[in-house]
Write a protein that binds this ligand. Structure first.
Ligand code: PHE
Length: 356
């Protein structure tokens, strides 16, 4: 009996002293494991008298249960303590203000493309796209631009090299968004109402020209579309874009892919060196346009005896400069952070026709 009592005292003490789970497991093995002290005493029961065996057996069972309960209780307490410690260590104040971070801006060209797209979309135009690397057929031939036309001469078109020995004509960087007219005709057939915003390339570089710039092409084909529809669409567009009634002036012009062709000016004033659109007696040229040439309709797979329509092409960078008072075109593509922060737009200032 005294031996059992001293075992109880020894192991209950050891349980309380165990500082972590591995230490506790060592105590459990020493006491209750197969070769533990309690097990060894149980083995001795065989050599006892029946009475002795009964009382000692009971006492040993009680000791085993008691130690087992103490081990479990200690194990739970250690786990709780470990969790408390983790909670203390990993504590975090989610109410602290976030560290300030520089937020990027939307480039004026992207912003203006979105603005234009929103306005034309409201008039039922969908966005069409085409590749920036074009075949000369899409960029020129299909648009009725003959091989000897000056626009095809090396001085303003970027050509891509073919592999040596490849006799096919080289690809070009598209010099305008007009090839998307052909692609849209081929893709959807008539009727069509699309705009095509995107990058275009010409070998040109001075204060008002960059070798890459942006255009928006417009194309509307139906049974009886006329220049009158074109004028209405453009005046609606400019008025929505500049936020004031803007008058347009059509001047006769020439493009190989439209007949008749017109260059379009918008009304403006120059007061004290600043340009204001939508007032005054000045005119500013902003786009080329016309009725799609029958050869072009045919190249796009559309029967010119059944269908007709207008097309226009407008410089987006120019539109951005006019609306937001940006003086130098070249700065658009210099990636100067100060310029970008000054003229850029917040990511949440998404253009729409229903918000200011
Ligand atoms: N593609 C012409 C340009 O780049 C513009 C244009 C488009 C003219 C459509 C007429 C019709 O200048």
């Amino acid at each position: 009996m005294t031996q059992i009592d001293s075992l109880r005292a020894k192991y209950l003490g050891a349980v309380l002293e165990a500082a972590d789970e591995p230490a506790l497991e060592a105590v459990r093995l020493a006491a209750l494991g197969k070769k533990g002290e309690v097990a060894l005493m149980m083995r001795d029961l065989g050599g006892m008298s029946p009475e002795e065996r009964q009382t000692t057996g009971k006492a040993l069972n009680a000791l085993r249960d008691e130690l087992d309960a103490a081990l479990r209780a200690r194990k739970a307490a250690l786990a709780d303590a470990a969790l408390d410690e983790r909670l203390r260590a990993e504590w975090l104040d989610v109410t602290l203000p976030a560290r300030p971070r520089r937020v990027g801006t939307i480039h004026p060209v992207s912003q203006v493309m979105e603005e234009c797209t929103a306005i034309f979309a409201d008039m039922g135009f969908r966005v069409a796209e085409g590749p920036q690397v074009e075949t000369d057929w899409y960029n020129f031939d299909a648009l009725n631009i003959a091989p000897e036309h000056p626009a095809r001469q090396e001085h303003d078109t970027f050509f891509l090299h073919r592999a040596p020995g490849d006799a096919r004509p080289p690809h070009v960087l598209r010099t305008h968004t007009s090839p998307v007219q052909i692609r849209a005709m081929q893709d959807q057939g008539a009727p069509i109402r699309v705009i095509a915003p995107g990058r275009v390339y010409r070998m040109d570089m001075d204060q008002t020209h960059t070798p890459m710039f942006h255009q928006i092409e417009g194309l509307a084909i139906d049974r009886d579309i006329s220049m009158a529809n074109l004028k209405w669409v453009l005046e609606e567009f400019f008025s929505a874009y500049f936020g004031a009634r803007v008058r347009t002036r059509f001047r006769a012009s020439h493009f190989p892919f439209t007949e008749p062709s017109a260059e379009v000016d918008i009304q403006c004033s120059w007061v004290g060196g600043t340009l204001k659109v939508g007032e005054g007696n000045g005119w500013l040229e902003v786009l080329g346009s016309g009725m799609v040439h029958p050869h072009v309709l045919r190249a796009g797979g559309i029967d010119p005896d059944q269908w007709q329509g207008f097309a226009f092409g407008m410089g987006i960078d120019r539109m951005a400069m006019l609306k937001y008072g940006i003086p130098d075109l070249r700065a658009f593509f210099e990636s100067d952070l100060r310029w970008l922060r000054h003229y850029g737009f917040g990511a949440l200032e998404a253009p729409s026709l229903h918000a200011g």
